[in-house]
Write a new protein. Structure first.
Length: 93
């Protein structure tokens, strides 16, 4: 089973750490992480992946800067492309 986990903000990183640890124990599950990149400062993003042991994201949309509407639109476009490429069975948001 293919699982795509979409993360982008600090609370999601904390939740993703717990879920990723559970999924890695399952031989029948392959998790792919998509980072929206809305937090592009190392202290607000990268440090969580390192400290919480979250696997490196396969995708980073690099969304950051701009208005709320611009960021949301770019995220939806990027997530849509990844969904078409990956064709996951499940999406965790």
């Amino acid at each position: 089973m293919k699982v795509l986990a979409v993360v982008g903000a600090r609370p999601q990183f904390v939740k993703a750490a717990v879920v990723s640890r559970a999924l890695v124990r399952r031989e029948d599950v392959r998790e792919t992480i998509l980072h929206t990149g809305q937090h592009f400062d190392r202290a607000l993003s990268e440090v969580f992946f390192q400290e919480l042991g979250i696997p490196e994201p396969a995708y980073n949309l690099g969304i950051g800067g701009g208005t709320h509407g611009q960021n949301t639109g770019r995220m939806l476009e990027g997530i849509g492309r990844v969904l078409l490429d990956e064709r996951p069975d499940w999406v965790l948001v």
